[in-house]
Design a protein around this ligand. Structure first.
Ligand code: CMP
Length: 144
């Protein structure tokens, strides 16, 4: 099986109608979509997802932001997809994100940074099993 990563369009990205553009960038890059859903992120998932940030001063605001509307959770598969998608997403701090990256094109502030991408293969595996049941992921191949 090829490498997989969890990509989530955050509530600001959904509200600003950026979902289509973001999906399009991953498709055109050559990655394969194997899971996709729109959901109001449950508190339990957010608490586990942001467990490492629990003591940060911005944590309560982060949870409010991530709960402010639906998110699009996706699993993308492909060669080096974890590292490549981090490059496509750009720096966490939007002010540092280069033009041409998703954050560099669509976000001005770290607290409204439009998209999440797993930061390592190990973390990706954990995040995928947190956000998706295994029967929600589809193995598929291009037809000849
Ligand atoms: P991400 O890297 O996807 O996951 C952690 C998130 O915490 C990050 O995006 C930001 O949305 C948020 N975050 C990190 N640092 C700050 C900060 N200093 N102020 C507000 N939000 C932050």
């Amino acid at each position: 099986i090829q490498e997989r990563t969890l990509i989530a369009v955050k509530p600001d990205g959904v509200q600003r109608r950026l979902v289509g553009d973001i999906i399009s960038r991953f498709e055109k890059r050559g990655f394969k979509l194997v899971g996709l859903k729109l959901l109001q992120a449950p508190e339990g998932i957010l608490a586990a997802h942001y467990h490492d940030l629990k003591r940060k001063p911005f944590y309560p605001a982060l949870i409010r932001y991530m709960s402010s509307g639906p998110v699009i959770a996706m699993v993308w598969e492909g060669y080096n997809v974890v590292r490549s998608s981090r490059a496509m997403v750009g720096e966490t701090n939007s002010a540092e994100a280069k033009p041409g990256t998703i954050r560099g094109d669509y976000s001005v502030h770290i607290s409204r940074n439009v998209i999440h991408a797993s930061d390592s293969v190990e973390v990706a595996q954990k995040e995928i099993s947190l956000w998706f049941h295994s029967d929600e992921l589809v193995d598929w191949e291009l037809c000849d």
